[in-house]
Design a protein around this ligand. Structure first.
Ligand SMILES: [Zn+2]
Length: 489
């Protein structure tokens, strides 16, 4: 994984950082957690609401069982123990987007606990990031602050969306590991199909706890919470900044205050949101309107059967089965859709290494450049495989293949069709190519002489002319051989 952000701890060898994460994952169930309203966004404000999710008094919540399925799935996939009997609690606080003044969540016990996720740390060793718990809760609505008028609005469409909160121990040591952890966790929930895990849209969002201490001290330092950071890049930047800020305070003999901070993406600084003194007491209370969640072995077995091959296993299989490097396997499996696309291409062309090269070099570059998802790509896996095969069978050369690739991306056509339409077949006819080469030699006596006197660099000049003459279609290998044959004294 490339990483442009430096590890600030290299500057302070006596110190270490302890970082924990609290990730909120929005679940993509059909309906909300406690009512039958559709669990969808992008609708008109307050369109998908009812008395239950908008918090009217006296209504009764009814638990969506699929939410529990998804929580068990996430628990199994992250090596958690599934709690046989867990319950819901009310967490009290007042905020305009939470009309009933409490959030239904899980306090003790949560549905899953004591799990772990394995990441590969910087020295390529496996590292275990332990999970404290995963619990189920409902999301709140949204406050919309108008920029043109002096008004705020409330949209409750999001209220009652099911969430999982995944809480880790402070086992993460730097921003590099934090990014790996987030990437792995994100791909796990994507693989499970339980969330879109889109950070920009807020369906995968996280808070980070950071403390630092001198290496020889046993007790963890005072932790500071970073909230509301919505990209991996900003999280990494904020972690690095915060580690250094805390170390500087300690080195100057100061004390770290327990507080909540946010990240200013323009100024590249963290700033204080609230201090511990203002921290709320949520007065957790057992939710009286919902029954206990009882999960038996049979339920767990049923969910186990629903779990697909997960990232760690897929990476290993890609390396073994397709002979890919760790780097290639990590990227191709980073996204389940990409992993499936790759396998579909390989199924059709039986050339895994070439398919991997083309996907990593051309396809991903194209998606990034055009800011589109794989879903929006017009090239089917079958057509992509055909492109690799026409190169392999020397029907076109790689330079022409790049052009065809772009036409495929724009039109969705099969490469063979494009080759036919545009007459792009590679010229392999030695007789014809020999004519081209001889003509070039005859027309450029000066350069030929210089070449023969030892100016070897001119060889490229002749190759260039031959390719130009054939509109890039000549088989470069044959051109090279023919030039070598005829450029002699
Ligand atoms: Zn509702």
């Amino acid at each position: 994984m490339s990483d442009e952000i430096k590890n600030v701890l290299n500057k302070y060898p006596d110190f270490e950082a302890n970082i924990g994460m609290e990730i909120h994952v929005q679940l993509k169930t059909k309906s909300k957690i406690f009512c039958s309203c559709p669990n969808q966004f992008g609708q008109k404000p307050n369109e998908n609401i009812c008395p239950i999710c908008s918090g009217y008094p006296g209504v009764l919540p009814l638990l969506n069982k699929r939410v529990v399925d998804f929580a068990i799935m996430a628990g199994i996939a992250t090596n958690c123990e599934i709690t046989p009997v867990s319950r819901f609690s009310r967490k009290h606080y007042m905020y305009p987007d939470l009309p009933k003044n409490f959030q239904i969540t899980q306090n003790e016990p949560p549905i899953c606990k004591n799990g772990h996720i394995i990441i590969e740390s910087e020295n390529e060793k496996e590292k275990r990031i332990r999970l404290i718990r995963i619990h189920i809760e409902e999301d709140a609505g949204k406050n919309i602050h108008s920029t043109s008028e002096d008004k705020s609005y409330i949209d409750l469409n999001r209220a009652g969306t099911p969430l999982l909160e995944i809480v880790s121990h402070p086992d993460i040591s730097n921003s590099y590991e934090a990014k790996l952890y987030l990437t792995r966790l994100k791909s796990i929930v994507e693989y499970l199909g339980i969330s879109d895990a889109n950070m920009e849209k807020g369906s995968f969002r996280g808070d980070v706890n950071i403390s630092v201490k001198r290496k020889d001290e046993e007790k963890l330092g005072t932790k500071v919470e970073l909230k509301n950071i919505n990209s991996f890049k900003f999280i990494a930047q904020a972690i690095e900044y915060e580690i250094e800020r805390q170390i500087k305070i300690i080195k100057e003999g100061g004390k770290i205050n327990q507080e909540t901070r946010s990240w200013d993406t323009k100024e590249h600084k963290s700033f204080i949101m609230r201090s511990k003194e203002e921290a709320a007491d949520y007065r957790y209370l057992r939710e009286p309107d919902l029954p206990l969640i009882i999960v038996d072995k049979k339920w767990i077995e049923k969910i186990k059967n629903e779990i697909p091959e997960l990232p760690n296993k897929k990476i290993k299989r890609f390396k073994d089965e397709y002979n890919l490097s760790n780097y290639e396997a990590e990227i191709l499996t980073g996204n389940i859709k990409l992993a499936n696309y790759f396998e579909e291409v390989v199924k059709n062309c039986k050339l895994p290494k070439k398919a991997s090269n083309w996907i990593l070099r051309n396809l991903l570059g194209y998606l990034k450049e055009n800011k589109i998802d794989l879903d929006q790509l017009k090239i089917s896996a079958k057509n992509f495989a055909d492109l690799i095969l026409v190169i392999e069978n020397k029907i076109i050369n790689t330079k022409v293949a790049q052009e065809i690739f772009l036409i495929m991306a724009q039109t969705g056509k099969n490469p063979k069709e494009i080759i036919k339409e545009q007459g792009l077949e590679q010229l392999n006819d030695e007789e014809k190519l020999e004519k081209v080469v001889l003509e070039i030699i005859n027309n450029n006596p000066e350069q030929v002489e210089k070449y023969l006197e030892g100016k070897n660099k001119l060889f490229g000049f002749f190759v260039g002319l031959a390719m130009k003459q054939t509109k890039g279609k000549a088989n470069p290998k044959i051109i090279n051989e023919l030039l070598k044959k005829h450029l002699t004294k």
